[in-house]
Design a protein around this ligand. Sequence first.
Ligand SMILES: Cc1cc2nc3c(=O)[nH]c(=O)nc-3n(C[C@H](O)[C@H](O)[C@H](O)COP(=O)(O)O)c2cc1C
Length: 214
Amino acid sequence: MTQREVPLAPVRPAAPAESLGSLLVRRRSTRSFGPRPMSIDQITRVVWAAQGRTTGEHRSCPSAHALYPLTLTVISGNVDGLAAGAYQYDAERHALIPAARGDHRDRVAGTTLADHCWLRHAAALLLLSGDMDAATRHFADQPPHSRRGRRYVWLEAGHASQNVYLQAAEAGLGAVLVAGFDDDRLLGLSPAVVPAGRQPLALLGVGHPADAEG
Ligand SMILES: Cc1cc2nc3c(=O)[nH]c(=O)nc-3n(C[C@H](O)[C@H](O)[C@H](O)COP(=O)(O)O)c2cc1C
């Protein structure tokens, strides 16, 4: 049986209960996650913050020439209303496209250089990967030739990562950017995690912080 895509509810940002400045102050890297599941609404907001559409074809993140070369993979394991699995986020449809069944958090966290033991407890992992070849081709006329496009993709992954931190802070969730991973091991897992032709750029864990468990 093939898994159906998971349409996500539209995100309507509410009037902020907290200023952006306060969120920037509160944002912290969380490395201790509790067992409480995230809700589908929470993962929807986090995913939207990372790569969602806002007005027209624009997204939450700036993108050089509005190329949008990032792919966002959601590796869910402890999200109410979302079966454990790997999903690619389709920004245009605002939907999660199933790529693999089952809980892949442990295997993905196992590709990190030093963070496996705690990162595997995050309710979900978000992996940003980039189409470096497409960006290199697109920006081929900009010096330094054949390197400019890749730089832009890395910068965009940073924007998306900070958005995840801020959205997590607003929702009372914890988030962490783990960029220390073994590229080859990550690429070797499955195209469901890193789609063919993409370079892994950033891995984020999100979930309820252990110290916030009631
Ligand atoms: C490019 C980058 C790579 C990072 N890689 C890791 C990592 O591999 N493992 C980890 O635990 N934290 C990682 N972090 C998080 C930093 O360790 C963290 O931001 C720093 O300790 C400051 O703490 P704060 O985010 O709570 O302010 C990374 C952050 C950045 C910006």
